[in-house]
Design a protein around this ligand. Structure first.
Ligand code: ADP
Length: 469
């Protein structure tokens, strides 16, 4: 059953339920009718017995058996002569038998409650009673032929037996047609969804006009396609950018090597070329290392090593390096770190890298005589780290993009400073892997402030949220 299409399954279920309902209806109608006929006939039999009882009791008071016979005949003929009535005395001698019952030769059956018997092929409903009259006891038997009633019942039974399967057949056909109609849009959705591949991910399903489940299904699938489209676009862009970034230094190194090999040179020249190639190689391997880090981060294969570490110490180490870089560029460097240790659950290596990315950028994009300030503090279970500079700042149109991979606000200047636009993407990944955020406030020419906000203790924070939420 499970392998059948939904339409067929629905029809089968619907037909099975309808079959049970119709069978229930047929049976209860049949038995209801039979009971109602029996009740009516039985009431009539009872009334007739009571009539005869009255007659016997009355006649016995003044007359003999002959008077009673006459009274019984008159009583019976009053009812049209067709009544089935017979009365015998204690000895079993017939006192009276109506003309209609005489044909049957029906013996007294002693049925104290109404009973159906088949006598000589004829169904009869009979009722017997012992009635005392004077000092004698009479056996009275009344009967009603049931042939016509049972004939009608049997017609009804045949009708029900023929009508139910016919009705079921019509209902199943109609049900199947309706379910096919209702499910037709699903086939359409399936066909469209099947035709969407990597090459036409921007295609979308047609949204059915009715506000129903199928409309919600199409909308949900379209939202999923949208997310896939964006993800694919990012991957394509990343691959294209990565190959472009790798091609440039490799082409540069190749040209340098070819130039050096073109004619014999002295060792000084070779030294200079090898040193240039070496410096390009260093930058390239740094780029490859960053690319691999992001690729591993994407596939969740870059697990951070969480432990309880002193963030003050981590920041102090990063500041020490930052100070050297700043002083080399005559930039003032200020650090506002807490006096004591600030324990936090973190990956100290990754956190140091995050601070260094921000400090390195601040140095790269701040002119000599500018100032850089690094601060660390805590607020509501979060550590807040800020790196502030008085550098060139970031234009409003670039701000939303600076955390994107390979994004450089000023490509020429950034390349000059050795940036490829991956630092902040790595920084954001580190912050988010710690369950935190990184934000920037900046405007062109007025410096920038990068703020990192990380929960001090991830698990404890999660547990707190769990118990209070
Ligand atoms: P890059 O390696 O090029 O510095 P990042 O991802 O670290 O790449 O930064 C992306 C871009 O954001 C940079 O190219 C630069 O334009 C801008 N940027 C980052 N930090 C700063 C800053 N402190 N001041 C001005 N611009 C910045």
């Amino acid at each position: 059953m499970k392998s059948l299409p939904i339409g067929a399954r629905l029809t089968l279920w619907y037909s099975a339920i309808l079959a049970v309902v119709l069978a229930g209806f047929g049976l209860s109608a049949y038995f209801g009718m039979r009971n109602s006929i029996h009740r009516t006939v039985d009431e009539e039999l009872q009334a007739r017995v009571e009539g005869v009882r009255g007659l016997i009791e009355r006649t016995s008071r003044y007359g003999d058996a002959e008077d009673l016979r006459v009274e019984l005949r008159e009583h019976s003929e009053l009812r049209g002569g067709g009544a089935l009535l017979e009365v015998s005395d204690e000895g079993g001698n017939w006192l009276y038998r109506s003309a209609a019952i005489r044909e049957y030769e029906l013996p007294i059956q002693n049925a104290s409650s109404p009973t159906t018997i088949v006598f000589k092929g004829m169904p009869l409903r009979i009722l017997d009673a012992s009635i005392a009259g004077g000092n004698r006891l009479y056996q009275v038997q009344v009967a009603t032929p049931m042939g016509d009633f049972y004939g009608a019942l049997s017609h009804f039974r045949i009708l029900v037996l023929v009508a139910i399967p016919l009705l079921l057949l019509c209902a199943a056909g109609g049900g199947y047609w309706m379910s096919r109609r209702a499910l037709a849009p699903v086939d359409q959705i399936t066909n469209t969804a099947r035709s969407i591949t990597v090459h036409n991910l921007s295609s979308r399903l047609v949204i059915p006009p009715a506000r129903d489940e199928l409309q919600r299904l199409s909308e949900t699938l379209n939202e999923m396609l949208e997310r896939l489209d964006i993800a694919f676009h990012k991957i394509r862009q990343f691959t294209a950018d990565a190959s472009h970034e790798l091609r440039t230094p490799i082409a540069l190194m190749r040209t340098r090597a070819e130039l050096a090999l073109r004619k014999p040179r002295d060792s000084e020249d070779y030294r200079a070329t090898v040193s240039q190639i070496h410096s390009e190689l260093e930058k390239t391997s740094e780029l490859i290392e960053k690319l691999m880090l992001l690729a591993r981060a994407d596939s969740d294969a870059e697990p951070l090593q969480f432990c309880t570490a002193d963030v003050t110490e981590v920041a102090r180490e990063a500041c020490a390096q930052g100070r050297i870089l700043s002083e080399a560029k005559q930039i003032r460097f200020r650090e506002e770190l807490p006096q004591g240790p600030m324990p936090a659950e973190c990956d100290p290596q990754a956190l140091r890298r995050l601070f260094l990315i921000l400090i390195d950028n601040a140095v790269k994009y701040t002119q000599p005589t500018g100032e850089i300030a690094v601060s660390l503090g805590r607020e509501d279970g979060f550590l807040i780290g800020t790196v502030r500079d008085t550098g060139i700042g970031i234009a409003a149109e670039d701000l939303p993009h600076v955390f994107e991979r390979f994004y450089r606000a000023d490509k020429a200047r950034s390349r000059e400073t050795g940036g490829v636009g991956l630092g902040l993407s790595i920084g954001r990944w580190i912050a988010e892997a710690h369950g935190g955020t990184i934000e920037v406030e900046s405007s062109a020419g007025r410096g920038s402030v990068f703020e990192v906000r990380l929960p001090l203790f991830k698990q404890r924070l999660a547990a707190k949220l769990f118990t209070t939420g």
